[in-house]
Design a protein around this ligand. Structure first.
Ligand code: GLP
Length: 263
């Protein structure tokens, strides 16, 4: 696992955006580049920079297919807290050459949640899997909506949200946890770790415990993000603030081995 420590959120975002753009630009062949994407506040800086690069002609999304991580069950596209809405507002609407038919987001209004999830998983497979899955992390270490004790081998499916997560996410729902949907559709931990590469953004003091569990803890379904330890191409991009619970030695180790990396 690589842990790329940047001074602050802005630098972490620029680093991650450039990394993703470089991967898209290096991609060759007729098959599209398949990119997994998250929502949340963590990726907003990355989306802003990728959109800027796209408008400046530094990266094209014409041959990119995207799959989003998750979606609340029961929220229509036009709901301003649906992840469909978030992705268009914060990213897709700012790209000049993203093809709408290449955007995949789980349908939170489906009558058949299980079927929707099975089809999503199958569609990912039909493209030959995900080349790079970018993600965020919950304060309890959840990746996508895979709460503590979700199987590390899980696939796309329906997830019940914990009270903790509903409280944390209530900041977008008028601070009322009851307004946060109780269920979501989510890719599984296994769906994420099946990807050729995984890039997880971890920023801010409130993620310090989760970062320490991901990097220094044992592999455990208690912290679903810890599954990344078994992936051979996982990167954590983080800021200084999120490093507060790492041991000094771990912190120094990663600064040391990353020192000569360009990206
Ligand atoms: C939600 C999403 C996760 C995301 C997490 C963290 O629960 N389902 O995919 O990683 O929030 O969000 P934020 O980046 O706003 O801290």
């Amino acid at each position: 696992m690589r842990v790329v420590i940047q001074d602050n959120y802005e630098k972490m975002s620029l680093w991650a955006a450039r990394y993703i753009a470089a991967k898209i630009n290096a991609h060759q062949g007729s098959r599209p580049f398949v990119l997994g994407l998250p929502t949340g506040s963590s990726p907003i800086g990355v989306y802003r920079e990728l959109a800027r690069m796209n408008r400046a002609g530094e990266v094209s999304f014409a041959n990119v297919v995207t799959f989003n991580m998750d979606e609340y069950l029961g929220l229509p596209h036009e709901h301003d807290q649906s992840y469909w809405y978030f992705m268009h507002e914060n990213f897709f609407d700012h790209l000049v050459d993203m093809k709408p038919e290449n955007i995949n987001i789980l349908n939170g209004m489906t009558d058949d949640p299980e079927g929707e999830c099975a089809r999503y998983e199958e569609k990912i497979r039909s493209y030959g899997g995900i080349d790079l899955f970018m993600g965020g992390i919950g304060v309890d270490g959840h990746i996508a909506f895979n709460e503590p004790y979700t199987s590390l081998n899980s696939r796309t499916g329906v997830r019940n949200l914990t009270t903790d997560t509903r409280i944390v996410n209530s900041r977008f729902f008028g601070n009322d946890p009851e307004k946060v949907p109780a269920q979501a559709l989510s890719v599984g931990v296994g769906t994420v770790t099946d990807s050729k590469e995984v890039l997880i953004l971890i920023n801010g003091h409130n993620k310090a415990r989760a970062l320490a569990a991901t990097v220094e803890g044992g592999v455990s379904h208690k912290w679903t993000c810890s599954a990344l330890q078994l992936h051979n191409a996982a990167i954590i991009a983080c800021d200084e603030a999120a490093c507060g619970e790492l041991t000094v030695d771990t912190y120094k180790y990663f600064l040391d081995i990353e020192r000569n990396e360009r990206l």
